[in-house]
Ligand binder design. Structure first.
Ligand code: CAA
Length: 378
């Protein structure tokens, strides 16, 4: 597979690397203390990073999907928090409107989402509907020129900070997944109640909230696609979203590898750098091999997507493997650092805490296996 980036893609990589070093790295202590990186996102908007694949006519950067994946990958090497905020904003916040919205909806939302003025969120998961997303209970009842939504959602990334919420609700419970519809909900809609912000193991600084809809009136104009198309919209956007999370995991795994290799060359014990011991050298070799395999899977899925081909199976494979690599590399990096790895003086304990969720959100590793096996056996 050809992994030679075009000049435009290389420029994106250089720009994002420079930005991450100068603007994100210094912000990490503030995110670790719980601050949402609004300032960073504003600057990302100015650089065109909040609408990388949005067409120019809607105010976006009009770049290809591989450039978007390069951005998530490189940003996540420095901060997995920025990686997930951008991935959710783009893949499952903006893209549903871009691909399923009508012209009026696109004109209303895309320019502001592409500039970073509006942040996006995706509201599928409920207390009783996680992996079994199709069993959601939130109801939308049509009345005159609007729908009335009642229900609740959990684990909503960007929730509370977001301005635009893609909400999935049942408009006809007798039809199962074919009775689910998607709505674009503005933050200030009466009846949208932002609940608890979860205290998480990692990804400090990102928001993960509960949402409740209490007789929330959503204009009928905000129905995304047709009634009953919601589950398809969710699944289609998750197919693509999973490549973004895979790229985030790839970034975390590579950061852990680079930190471990760097430390192993410098740390001297028994009169030589610890890298000279095979017990450490072999760890580095395994981490590098897994990272390389993850990189190929991620960019292979991204290339298929960029060419407009179906990529659901490849996206799930990339996420399954890259997330396992992120976790394995982070664990091994802490081990290479020894006692120092367990302190907050080095970033590897953060990689360790941030890596785990990549095996959980946007479909657990078990769900990725279901998706892959369904593709191979249907
Ligand atoms: N693309 C388009 N349509 C699709 C699709 C896809 N990839 N997959 C399914 N569909 C549609 C089809 O129309 C299908 O009907 P047909 O069989 O007639 O084709 C219909 O949906 C129902 O499909 P299934 O019978 O396969 O549905 P299911 O109920 O068995 O569920 C599942 C399938 C893959 C397990 C799905 O429920 C799933 O992906 N679960 C995981 C949920 C998830 O990823 N949640 C993430 C939340 S968002 C998040 O995490 C963001 C964040 O914070 C970072």
């Amino acid at each position: 597979m050809d992994l030679h980036f075009t000049e435009e893609q290389q420029m994106m990589r250089t720009m994002v690397r420079d930005f991450a070093k100068s603007e994100i790295e210094p912000f990490i202590p503030r995110m670790e203390a719980g601050e949402f990186p609004r300032e960073v996102l504003t600057k990302m908007g100015e650089l065109g990073l909040m609408g990388i694949t949005v067409p120019e006519k809607y105010g976006g950067s009009d770049m290809d999907f591989i450039s978007y994946i390069i951005a998530i990958h490189e940003l996540s090497k420095v901060s997995a928090v920025i990686g997930v905020i951008l991935s959710v904003h783009t893949s499952v916040g903006t893209n549903p409107i871009m691909y399923f919205g009508n012209e009026e909806q696109k004109n209303r939302y895309l320019p502001k989402m592409a500039s970073g003025e509006y942040l996006g969120a995706f509201c599928l998961t409920e207390p009783g509907a996680g992996s079994d997303a199709g069993s959601l209970k939130t109801k939308a009842v049509k009345k005159d020129d609007h729908y009335v939504l009642n229900g609740s959602k959990v684990f909503i990334t960007n929730g509370g900070e977001a301005d635009v919420y893609i909400v999935f609700a049942s408009t006809d419970s007798s039809k199962g997944t074919y009775g689910i519809s998607a709505f674009i909900v503005d933050k200030n809609t009466p009846g949208l109640i932002i609940g608890k912000d979860e205290e998480k193991m990692g990804l400090h600084g990102s928001r993960t909230v509960q949402l409740t809809f209490e007789d929330m009136k959503v204009p009928a104009d905000n129905l995304l696609g047709e009634e009953g198309e919601g589950f398809k919209i969710a699944m289609a956007n998750l197919d693509v979203g999973r490549i973004g999370i895979a790229a985030q995991a790839l970034g975390i795994g590579e950061a852990a590898l680079e930190a471990a290799a760097g430390y192993a060359k410098e740390r001297v014990q028994f009169g030589k750098p610890i890298a000279a011991n095979q017990g450490v050298g072999f760890k580095i070799a395994d981490m590098a091999t897994a990272s390389e395999a993850a990189r190929l899977l991620v960019y292979r899925a991204a290339q298929l997507r960029a060419e407009g081909k179906t990529c659901g199976k490849e996206a799930s494979m990339a996420k399954l493997f890259a997330s396992q690599t992120a976790v394995d590399n982070a664990i091994e990096a802490v081990q290479v650092f020894g006692g120092y790895g367990y302190t907050e003086d080095y970033p590897v304990e953060r990689y360790f805490r941030d890596a785990k969720v990549t095996q959980i959100y946007e479909g657990t590793s078990e769900i990725q296996r279901i998706v892959i096996s369904k593709h191979l056996t249907k």
